[in-house]
Design a protein around this ligand. Structure first.
Ligand SMILES: [Mg+2]
Length: 360
């Protein structure tokens, strides 16, 4: 089989604006997403969603004529080029599309090909940042009613206020719901990070995500030593499996985060490599992000417990690139469709109508 075409559609659509903690640039009222199509001489096509900034055009020449089933060869060729070009996002999209293509060529869902650990997985509701305590409480009600058994807060990044939110949420949901907190690298001072970690321990949170910048490994290691609550880190590192290993070796991580469409993580192949490194250390590897490739990754690897689903759900996904398979059931589980490949369904009419740039 040979790759004969690499096409991209970049779409824009109007949605509600949303934001994260203080200091992080908000997401505006226009959603932007890419759809990558890798075409072959045998008519099978691999698809992957991707984020803005993926430089697909730059790597296209390297794909044409290649055997799309040689994913590791292609992955290694790209990975060796990360130092000199903006391929950090592109490698993830290409790798996910090649796995989709393999799934279609072999009539198997991707998660079975990746490993096949489980057919469904509990999802956790991962909030955007809301404007008031009351809104968080209302959203928690909606999530519990839907079936979620775990909730992760992206709060304001204000020490006392965030701690009060954690207290109120624990009180509201009771002891049986799993809670996590994502600081999105908000702390600069060790003493603040420790104080907040102690609040999370008091309210029995499961993990404390990215308290500090990932490159601040000395302080992260000190924090991991000091606190009992597990630190989930490495979401923003740039060296994929190698950086995950460095974080573990530094004692800076209790749980490693990685995602198939994140920059410099290396797609589904990179997630597998990272998860297997963590497995050797008896460590959890949490999949960051809530689109279809993430669900397949979470169902494929042993040492993960949850699939992340952003709530409210309507903010995130392009309506014409359907990821209904990431919807959860009444027990709070998400399950990939029993379809070949990733199971991405594209409403081509919608894509055509919303495409602002097309290449290939
Ligand atoms: Mg995070």
């Amino acid at each position: 089989m040979k790759i004969t075409g690499v096409k991209t559609h970049f779409v824009e659509w109007v949605r509600g604006p949303y934001h994260w903690r203080d200091g992080i640039m908000p997401n505006g009222p226009v959603g932007r997403a890419g759809l990558l199509r890798i075409q072959t001489d045998e008519g099978v096509e691999g698809l992957s969603p991707y984020g803005g900034g993926a430089n697909i055009e730059e790597i296209k020449w390297q794909l044409i004529g290649a055997d799309p089933l040689n994913r590791e060869r292609i992955w290694q060729d790209f990975w060796r080029n990360l130092r000199s070009s903006k391929l950090g996002l592109a490698i993830g999209a290409v790798d996910c599309a090649l796995w989709d293509l393999l799934g279609k060529a072999s009539d198997m869902p991707v998660y079975k090909l990746l490993g096949g650990m489980r057919d469904r997985i509990p999802a956790y509701a991962s909030t955007v940042t809301l404007d008031s305590m009351e809104e968080y409480m209302e959203l928690a009600d909606v999530c519990l009613k839907k079936g979620y058994k775990a909730i992760k807060l992206h709060a304001w990044g204000r020490l006392e206020q965030d701690a009060e939110l954690c207290r109120r949420l624990r009180k509201k949901v009771g002891d049986d719901i799993v809670l996590m907190y994502d600081a999105s690298s908000m702390f600069n001072l060790y003493e603040d990070a420790v104080w907040f970690g102690r609040q999370l321990e008091k309210y029995n949170f499961y993990w404390y995500e990215e308290p500090l910048d990932h490159f601040n490994m000395t302080v992260l290691a000190r924090l991991a030593q000091e606190l009992d609550i597990p630190l989930a880190v490495a979401e923003a590192t740039h060296g994929g499996p190698w950086d995950a290993h460095a974080q573990i070796q530094a004692g800076a991580a209790d749980i490693i985060l990685t995602g198939p469409l994140d920059a410099y993580k290396g797609g589904l192949t990179g997630v597998l490599k990272t998860a297997h490194i963590c497995e050797a250390y008896g460590m959890m590897c949490a999949v960051h992000g809530g689109a279809i490739p993430h669900l397949h990754a979470a169902c494929a690897i042993y040492n993960t417990k949850y699939f992340e689903r952003l709530v409210p759900e309507t903010y995130y996904s392009p309506p014409g690139i359907v990821d209904a398979s990431t919807e959860i059931d009444s027990e709070g589980y998400a399950q990939p469709w029993d379809k070949p490949g990733l199971g991405i369904e594209v409403d081509w009419e919608w894509v055509k109508k919303h495409t602002v740039r097309e290449e290939g």
